[in-house]
Design a protein around this ligand. Structure first.
Ligand SMILES: [Zn+2]
Length: 200
C-alpha cells in the first residue's frame, strides 16, 4: 500500500464480497488494491486512512471540516444548512431571512427591528419547506462585492427587503447588522452577528 502523502493516481478498485445464500457476491463497497482507499458506489463516499470525503467535501481527522471557499457552481453553498419553512422570498437565492414569532422565515429588512435580525440566507427560490444556510459560504455570480480590510468587505442587511448590502443603513431606527463578509466578488462568508444596533 502507498503512503497517505502521495495521492494514488490510478486506483484499482475491486468490490468487496458479501455472502448471499452461501455464495460470495460483489457488494457496492469497493477498495483500491494499491492504496487501500474505500468508496461506496461510484464517487459518493470515499474513505481513506485519514479522511472521509462526501462528494467534494473532505472531513479531516483533525476535527476540521473544510468548506469550499468558493463553491464550485453559481447559486450553491457549503456549510451548515437547515431545512426550514420559508414564508416569503421574492428575491430568491441569497435573500437574508429573519424568524418570526411563528417560527417561520421571512425576508429580512433593515428598515426596522421587527424584520430583523437575519438568521439565514435562502438557498432555494420560492416558499415552503426550503434549504437555508445558517453558517458558511454562498456563491451568487450576480453579486459584485468589494473585498478588503476594515469594514470594506462587511455585508449588512439592506433596507430593500430581502437583499444584502455593503452600505451600512444610516437613517433613524434602521438596523445595522453585519451578517458576513465578502470572500470574493461572488461569494460571501455568512456568519450573522446576533448583536445588532438600531440607528439613533
Ligand atoms: Zn488507490
Amino acid at each position: 500500500m502507498s503512503k497517505e502523502k502521495s495521492e494514488c493516481k490510478l486506483h484499482k478498485w475491486i468490490p468487496l464480497l458479501g455472502i448471499d445464500k452461501k455464495k460470495s457476491v460483489p457488494t457496492s463497497l469497493f477498495t483500491c488494491l494499491k492504496c487501500g482507499d474505500l468508496k461506496v458506489g461510484t464517487h459518493t463516499i470515499k474513505i481513506s486512512r485519514y479522511r472521509l470525503d462526501m462528494g467534494e467535501l473532505p472531513i479531516n481527522s483533525v476535527a476540521g471540516i473544510k468548506l469550499m471557499n468558493n463553491p464550485t457552481a453559481d447559486l450553491t453553498a457549503s456549510g451548515l444548512i437547515m431545512t426550514a419553512t420559508v414564508t416569503t422570498n421574492a428575491q430568491g437565492i441569497g435573500a437574508p431571512l429573519y424568524m418570526a414569532a411563528n417560527g417561520q422565515l421571512y425576508t429580512a429588512n433593515a428598515s426596522a427591528n421587527t424584520t430583523s435580525p437575519c438568521v439565514a440566507l435562502a438557498m432555494e427560490t420560492g416558499t415552503g419547506s426550503k434549504k437555508v444556510l445558517v453558517h458558511g459560504v454562498l456563491r451568487v455570480d450576480a453579486w459584485n462585492w468589494t473585498t478588503g480590510p476594515g469594514n470594506a468587505s462587511l455585508i449588512y442587511v439592506s433596507t430593500s427587503v430581502g437583499t444584502l448590502t455593503q452600505t451600512q443603513p444610516s437613517a433613524t431606527d434602521q438596523v445595522i447588522q453585519a451578517v458576513g463578509w465578502a470572500l470574493t466578488a461572488d461569494s460571501v462568508y455568512f456568519s450573522p452577528s446576533m448583536m445588532y444596533v438600531t440607528h439613533a
